[in-house]
Ligand binder design. Structure first.
Ligand code: FES
Length: 148
């Protein structure tokens, strides 16, 4: 009997084991501006919503990822060596949650089958035509905000 196998891109090397709690400051990086169909948000009229309190983000250690939900979105909040980035958490392969993955060298590997995503662009490393959405984030008044 034949086995249905999807060709998955090669897995990036991802370190295993526990990582210490972030001791260095966390810096959010805003992603590229883009129109937000259906939300009324646009580069000229961004819609920022609260994602989390900055005080709660110390548990998002470098190299780790946390699942957060806002509006109707599931967000993978990534600590990329001290820089926070927010990506859609639903993997375009088979809809696994990227939020269970690990980050190494700027690449988030899906924990399901290992598809690698560049956390600075959302693009799949092995096929840039496949991507997850990268959301702009910023910190204001002790809150991490995300542009939807
Ligand atoms: S690589 Fe298969 S669900 Fe993400």
């Amino acid at each position: 009997m034949a086995v249905d196998r999807d060709p998955a891109p090669a897995r990036p090397e991802v370190p295993s084991g526990n990582h210490p709690i972030a001791k260095s400051p966390i810096h959010p990086i805003e992603g590229p501006p883009s129109p937000r169909p259906g939300t009324g948000s646009s580069p000229a009229n961004p819609t920022w919503v609260r994602l989390a309190a900055v005080a709660d983000l110390a548990a998002v250690a470098p190299g780790s990822c946390r699942e957060l939900r806002v509006a109707d979105r599931v967000i993978a909040l990534v600590n990329d060596a001290g820089t926070l980035r927010a990506l859609d958490a639903v993997c375009p392969h088979r809809h696994g949650l990227l939020s269970g993955g690990r980050v190494a060298n700027g690449v988030l590997a899906c924990p399901q089958h290992g598809w690698p995503f560049d956390v600075t662009t959302g693009a799949c490393v092995d096929n840039p035509a496949i991507r997850v959405r990268l959301y702009p984030v910023k910190i204001e008044a002790g809150e991490l905000l995300i542009e939807l």
